[in-house]
Design a protein around this ligand. Structure first.
Ligand code: HEM
Length: 412
């Protein structure tokens, strides 16, 4: 049994050491799969660590709502957000809302992310992946795969879809990293809350200009679609609209980057799996999905209990907060056979990395295709690939993955 308090599950900095987090999640799955956690500065919540319980929450939005709290943040920040924006989360995106409005808003961009459109994009994504592989070729046989390659490739894919120009990529990457891991940017002069407000303000300003531009000069991109979309005959209100842009421009790359870097790490650490993949190229799609399960970059989402109920035999009260730990669901041996093994031949896609139900990830087909494409183009060209130093991890209890992955490689 670990001596660490369960409160580490909502401590951003603890995620810089994933071993501790994985250990604590394994212990809770085993001993208390629905377990009350009372951290300092964050509302008490029930940590839910088994796959079936998480699926139950996601399948019953009439009992467990994404409103008003979709993630665990400081109570002081919730209060300040409420005063500044009238919303405790500081944004109002698809992940923060339920009911018919959620579905109406989701429908606006849905077709862009459905398999029919994703397969049309494949050729273009291949070109982008090939460009980043060329970049590796110019790197003298070593690089930090996370910061040099993985951060940038999914970023370019999704920003092109939205319609954000290449010269703004670094800005959007910086803002995304600050939004998802404000602890990594906090200093003595600027605390986590100040980082959050600075980031959300900069995003608001950036997307306001983009919206104005696409209203004046519509193009064939998601920015134009969203900026000009109407619901009940009216343009979407400004706060909801900028929030939508915040969601797409953040959720659409950090998660996929973390999966790609984590996938390269997992394949290096499991040479038999690498051999298997190289010998059986038809396994690339399955390998991509297994990588995403293995990495599980989205660490949690929260829900509010709407009426007194029970979960896994534990009574919950109306107003309680539950937090679904997706990474834990994906290591749950009671739901996934040999969940602790990285196995690219695994056929089932029953994992929870993309969530489940009405809020399930809109970008899942794109994310899988991006990871698959990159590996399929890169790996057969390599003569060798190895780790070249200690990796490090992003300190975030929301979206986390490798912040650094030094590697060496040789092209054939
Ligand atoms: C929602 C994971 C990539 C867009 C979500 C959720 C998870 C998730 C866990 C919440 C699901 C729930 O509450 O049931 C991931 C992972 C990714 C990834 C692991 C990469 C490996 C992407 C990409 C996009 C995207 C590429 C493209 C823009 C979205 C959107 C939502 C969402 C719009 C909100 C859906 C809603 O609430 O209706 N994602 N995501 N994601 N994701 Fe992803």
């Amino acid at each position: 049994m670990s001596n660490l308090s369960s409160a580490i599950l909502s401590e951003a900095l603890a995620y810089a050491n994933p071993v501790d987090i994985k250990g604590k999640l394994a212990e809770l799955r085993e001993t208390a799969p629905v377990s009350l956690v009372e951290p300092e500065g964050i509302r008490p919540y029930w940590a839910v660590t088994r796959l079936e319980d998480i699926r139950y929450i996601e399948s019953n939005p009439q009992l467990f709502s994404a409103e008003p709290r979709a993630i665990l943040i400081l109570e002081a920040l919730e209060k300040e957000n409420q005063e500044r924006f009238g919303e405790i989360m500081g944004v109002k995106t698809l992940v923060h809302m339920d009911g018919p409005r959620h579905m109406e808003l989701r429908k606006i961009t849905r077709d862009w992310f459905m398999p029919a459109n994703i397969s049309k994009l494949r050729g273009h994504v291949e070109e982008l992946a090939a460009g980043f592989i060329e970049r590796m070729k110019g790197m003298d046989g070593k690089c930090d795969f996370a910061t040099d390659i993985a951060f940038w490739y999914p970023l370019r894919v999704v920003l092109q879809l939205i319609g954000i120009p290449e010269e703004d990529e670094a800005k959007i990457l910086g803002l995304t990293q600050a939004l998802f891991a404000p602890d990594a940017f906090a200093t003595e002069e600027k605390d986590v809350m100040a980082v959050f407000f600075e980031t959300i303000t900069a995003m608001g300003e950036y997307f306001t200009l983009l919206i104005e531009d696409r209203r004046a000069n519509p193009k064939d991109d998601i920015a134009s679609l969203l900026s000009n979309a109407t619901l009940d005959g009216e343009l979407i209100d400004h706060f909801t609209l900028t929030s939508y842009f915040v969601l797409l421009s953040t959720a659409g790359h950090d998660t996929t980057s973390a999966s790609l870097a984590g996938g390269i790490q997992a394949l290096i650490q499991n040479p038999k799996q690498m051999e298997l993949l190289l010998a059986n190229p038809e396994l690339y799609p399955q390998a991509a999905d297994e990588i995403i399960r293995w990495v599980s970059p989205v660490k949690h989402f929260a829900r509010t209990v709407l009426e007194d109920t029970e979960l896994g035999g534990v009574p919950l009260k109306k107003g309680d907060t539950v937090a679904m730990f997706f990474e834990s669901a994906n290591r749950d041996e009671t739901a996934i056979e040999r969940a602790g093994e990285f196995d690219i031949t695994r056929k089932s896609t029953k994992h929870m990395a993309f969530g489940y139900g009405r809020h399930n990830c809109l970008g899942m087909h794109l994310a899988r295709m991006e990871v698959e494409t990159f590996l399929r183009l890169l790996l057969p060209q390599l003569e060798s690939l190895s780790l070249n130093g200690e990796p490090s991890y992003i300190p975030s209890h929301f979206v986390s993955g490798l912040s650094s992955l030094p590697i060496t490689f040789k092209f054939k």
